[in-house]
Design a binder for this molecule. Structure first.
Ligand code: GLA
Length: 386
């Protein structure tokens, strides 16, 4: 949607035209490799997208906080001094959670008029929630001169999601949508939070995102279950080797899992985390050398591990990933995000992109009865004012 159109929508809801709203944008993200490693203090490699969330916001002279979105039938007005979770309103808890984090830090915002508009598909694993949180955090920081550094905005947004919304996510999504850079992927060490922005030069290849359009079901509870399983693995290992998290083990320590973890499921979960960290390290290395084919191979291995060891793919993601690999010109394909639905990301020869979409569309429909959606994303900068 054009900015002028968004502004018109703003003025349709907030009719006083004396001051323009300030406009912010936060991207969604796609993770290229490094899945379910962030909450294990491991490595991830996401990039920010050209799809995301717009926020038009204007200060008021009173204590009213008025929230609107163009994505759903929704409008609410509340007192900014009395921010509480709204039980029935899932999306609105993202901005409310962020506002509440500011208040807990002693930064009390005044009244505001807000209009959100997102062009990321919801629940598709492209971080629409982190995008809403980050655009709110960035806007509040600017509007009320809070002076919080970017990393604090990242942590505060993650904390809002963990405590206010109740989803126990890691730091990857908020970090990527804040720190993302055009045409670069963020190689992040989730333990130290040191990162390197690595150029993604795909030359004759391009990224294609394919959406399963599977309705979000048990994602949150299964996600928390995986986290608990990783903690259990750490406990088993601690009987002999003292570690705080699984990412302290390298690929050379894999034998420890057989020795110390009697439970087969827990052993598989730990193996995924350790091998996935290793794949991220390899992937960054080969991308820097321009070896896209090897990068694609690592993406395939990542998906296989998420299917067999971590068991977070499911019929729909598997259909998209494995059918994609059969199509000529596909270099690699894997699920991205939490899994159990959502999207895959593939690297495909540019000249085959159209036929990739045609063929995968048909194959996916016949495997699942569902219709997939396809996106040719650009890698863009992180959150910003426009
Ligand atoms: C979700 C979470 C992230 C990360 C991924 C899996 O997107 O929000 O923190 O754990 O799943 O890699």
């Amino acid at each position: 949607m054009e900015l002028s159109q968004l502004k018109n929508e703003f003025f349709r809801r907030y009719d006083n035209r004396t001051n323009d709203p300030v406009i912010f944008f936060s991207p969604g993200r796609v993770n290229l490799i490094g899945e379910h490693t962030d909450y294990n203090n491991g490595f991830v490699f996401p990039c920010a997208l050209n799809y995301g969330t717009y926020l038009l916001v204007r200060k008021r002279n009173d204590d009213r906080l008025i929230l609107n979105t163009l994505n759903f039938e929704f409008s609410d007005s509340l007192n900014i001094h009395n921010i509480q979770k709204i039980e029935s309103g899932e999306w609105v808890n993202y901005p409310l959670g962020v506002i509440s984090e500011f208040i807990q830090r002693g930064i009390q915002p005044g009244g505001m008029e807000m209009l959100f508009y997102g062009d990321i598909p919801n629940g598709a694993g492209l971080s629409s929630s982190a995008s809403i949180e980050m655009v709110t955090a960035y806007a509040l920081n600017k509007l009320f001169d809070a002076g919080l550094p970017d990393l604090e905005l990242v942590k505060l947004s993650q904390h809002a999601e963990n405590t206010f919304v109740g989803m126990n996510c890691g730091i990857m999504d908020q970090f990527a949508v804040c720190m993302g850079e055009k045409d670069k992927a963020i190689f992040l060490n989730c333990d130290t939070l040191n990162y390197d922005a690595v150029p993604v030069e795909l030359n004759e290849y391009q990224l294609i995102i394919s959406n399963t359009n599977k309705r979000r079901g048990l994602t949150d509870s299964k996600y928390n279950e995986r986290r608990a399983e990783c903690e259990k693995a750490v406990k088993y290992i601690n009987k002999k080797v003292s570690i705080n998290h699984l990412s302290q083990l390298s690929i050379n320590n894999l034998h420890l899992l057989d020795e110390l973890i009697p439970d087969k499921i827990i052993r598989k979960r730990a193996r995924h985390v350790i091998t996935e960290n290793n794949r991220v390290l390899q992937a960054v290395k080969v991308l820097k050398k321009g070896d896209i084919l090897q990068f694609g191979k690592l993406m395939n291995e990542s998906h296989d591990s998420l299917k067999k060891d971590y068991e977070v793919t499911g019929k729909e993601l598997d259909a998209l990933a494995y059918e994609a690999r059969k199509i000529s010109g596909t270099v690699g394909s894997r699920m991205t995000g939490a899994g159990f639905g959502g999207c895959t990301v593939s690297i495909v020869e540019k000249k085959q992109a159209e036929s990739f979409i045609e063929k995968l569309d048909i194959a996916y429909r016949s495997a699942t009865g569902l219709k997939a959606d396809f996106y040719l994303p650009l890698i863009e900068d992180g959150v910003r004012q426009i």
